[in-house]
Design a protein around this ligand. Structure first.
Ligand code: ADP
Ligand code: MG
Length: 576
């Protein structure tokens, strides 16, 4: 007897499972399927990303649905549109031999009337993102008043994304007597609260250890200065020629910028973040799935729930604020038993956060060195050689071969190989032969991120409070715009319509270059070094006036600011 049959699954589903090629149930499937089939019960199931949770609820759900009735009998809530579509596809594959069963996906960014039309035809299972589901309930386009099953998939991610209230509102439209199944990779307090509030004595299933990252993932970190993040990223990509990766950035702006730089530098990269239209996001995801994009640069929110197989590397271009988020990120690789690497590019001041993460994931990080230029050249050479060896010959080239033989005939085998490899090698060698070491050593702190002291530059910038900044958000803004480290910008003083900040002298040119012709909210940003300070005054803050590049600007700026405030009324809160 098939192992899935032993769990109580019936022929139509077994047949579909055979088509999918699943031979053995995963642990979470083994534990949950018999329980869910047996009784009407609430359940909380915790298992890491990639352990087959979709089938763990999908198989029993399909067996329990009555396909002869067209009433909506189950809703599956999931955090993102991508995930919603993926679950829908899986449910359709699982139920392909169950006659009359229909699963419809409901998600934002696509025509609501078209989705309503599909629902009207009768869908026993509706897979939805919380926002769109709420919208449809409000417009009476969906009736979930008679459902028997409510599944909250990737519950931790849904709550991370701020869907608590939507979920609560949706559940209030469902009948009291139903079964609620909650599936999640982790069990933060918020998930426990949902379980407590909306579920009745749920059975709890835990696979592996709670909150632990996948063990097939190796964790590595690389220490550089804030300014070297991007070159470090490039080297990591060059040192892994077959990389297929997600690169995580903290803000939409960084995401867009890093992706653009990579594309400019000739990498197959793409950006995925919330400022893109749904159509653009679909295109990017499509190319990534087809591996036309090797490096998908993404924000955490946009990348949530992405299930693309064979991701070789997750690169943390910056560490996330929450450790929990790190687990989600690294969980994108090492799926379905394959191995993967999660790399963190960090600055020395962030090192202690690695220890906090290690504690959480119960795994050690390897402290690695960014490869040197010559190491990369070597890797690329061997890669090229093996690529040549493994290339399948397209016979369409046959007609051209005699002519090519003519051109190359005087070269002996040795020379031919040398020259062939040199073609590619020269490109890397030219770039890397004089490249510096990017790794920060223990004593490099003195030059890279020292506050104050000789060799700092104070800048004037024409944005301030009325542009929604306080010292913290301005620092963040400068940090990400200039790609500097937190410690590289200091003494940020925000006034009403302008501000001041300090950087080390070494990056002064960089500041001026990046911010020249830079627009913020459509306004041209003006940055100038303010008068050099005498060291005795260095510690005094908020003495505004003396910092000004010239007096005229100050007067002009403050007059304008009063007017501006009046126009705008309420201040915008933060930058992002
Ligand atoms: P999770 O929701 O736990 O992150 P998924 O349900 O997305 O994981 O499953 C991860 C991958 O594993 C999917 O590609 C799925 O088709 C596959 N999978 C699920 N169950 C099995 C199984 N029993 N045998 C082989 N592959 C499976
Ligand atoms: Mg899942």
């Amino acid at each position: 007897m098939n192992k899935f049959e032993l769990l109580g699954l019936e022929p139509p589903i077994i047949q579909a499972i055979n088509d999918l090629g699943f031979t053995e149930p995963s642990e979470v499937q083994e534990k949950s399927i018999p329980l869910l089939l047996q009784d009407e019960t609430d359940m909380v199931a915790l298992a890491q990303t990639g352990t087959g949770k979709t089938a763990a609820f999908g198989f029993p759900l399909i067996q329990k649905i009555m396909p002869e009735s067209r009433t909506t009998q189950a809703i599956i809530l999931s955090p993102t549109r991508e995930l919603c579509l993926q679950i829908t596809k899986e449910m359709q594959a699982y139920s392909k031999y169950v006659k009359g069963l229909s699963t419809v996906a409901v998600y934002g960014g696509a025509s609501i009337t078209e989705q309503a039309r599909q629902l009207k035809k009768g869908a026993q299972i509706v897979v939805a993102t919380p926002g769109r589901m709420k919208d449809m309930i409000g417009r009476r386009l969906v009736d979930i008043s008679r459902i028997d099953y409510c599944i909250l998939d990737e519950a931790d991610e849904m709550l991370n994304m701020g869907f608590y209230e939507d979920i609560r509102d949706i559940l209030s439209n469902t009948p009291e007597e139903k079964s609620t199944w909650l599936f999640s990779a982790t069990m933060p307090r918020e998930v426990a609260q949902i379980a407590k509030k909306f579920m009745h004595k749920p059975i709890e299933i835990t696979v592996g250890e709670r909150n632990v990252g996948a063990t097939t993932v190796m964790h590595e970190y690389y220490t550089v200065t804030g300014r070297d993040r991007y070159p470090a990223l490039k080297r990591l990509a060059d040192a892994n020629p077959d990389i297929f990766s997600v690169v995580f950035c903290r803000t939409k702006r960084d995401t867009q910028r890093v992706a653009e730089k990579l594309i400019e530098d000739g990498y197959n990269a793409g950006a995925l973040h919330g400022d893109l239209s749904q159509n653009q996001r679909d295109l990017v995801m499509g190319s990534f799935r087809k591996k036309q994009i090797q490096m998908l640069v993404a924000t955490d929110v946009a990348a949530r729930g992405i299930d693309v197989e064979d991701i070789t590397h997750v690169i943390n271009y910056q560490l996330p604020d929450e450790i929990e988020t790190y687990t989600h990120r690294s969980g994108r690789t090492g799926r379905a038993g394959k191995s993967g690497v999660s790399m963190v590019i960090l600055t020395r001041s962030e090192l202690r956060r690695i220890h906090a993460i290690e504690k959480k994931i119960k795994q050690q990080f390897l402290a690695k060195k960014i490869p040197t230029g010559m190491e990369i050249c070597e890797i690329q050479l061997y890669h090229l050689a093996s690529k040549i060896k493994n290339t399948e010959i397209n016979e369409a080239i046959s007609p051209y071969l005699p002519a090519i033989h003519d051109v190359l005939q005087e070269l002996d085998r040795e020379t031919l190989i040398k020259k062939m490899v040199a073609v590619e090698f020269s490109r890397f060698h030219a770039y890397y032969s004089k490249a510096k070491d990017l790794n920060t050593s223990a004593d490099s702190r003195a030059t890279s991120s020292m506050e104050g002291g000789k060799g700092t530059t104070r800048f004037f910038i024409n944005i301030g409070e009325r542009d929604g900044f306080d010292w913290k958000s301005l620092k963040d803004f400068l940090k990400s715009t200039l790609d500097l480290d937190r410690d590289d910008i200091f003494r940020v003083d925000v006034k009403d319509s302008f501000s001041f900040f300090n950087t080390n002298e070494g990056v002064a040119d960089h500041v001026l270059n990046v911010l020249r012709d830079f627009k913020h909210d459509g306004r041209l940003i003006n940055v100038e070094p303010s008068k050099p300070e005498s060291s005795g005054r260095r510690k005094k803050r908020n003495k505004g006036g003396k910092d000004f590049p010239n007096k005229k600007k100050r007067n002009g700026a403050s007059t304008r600011s009063k007017k501006g405030k009046g126009h705008r009324g309420k201040r915008r809160s933060g930058y992002f």
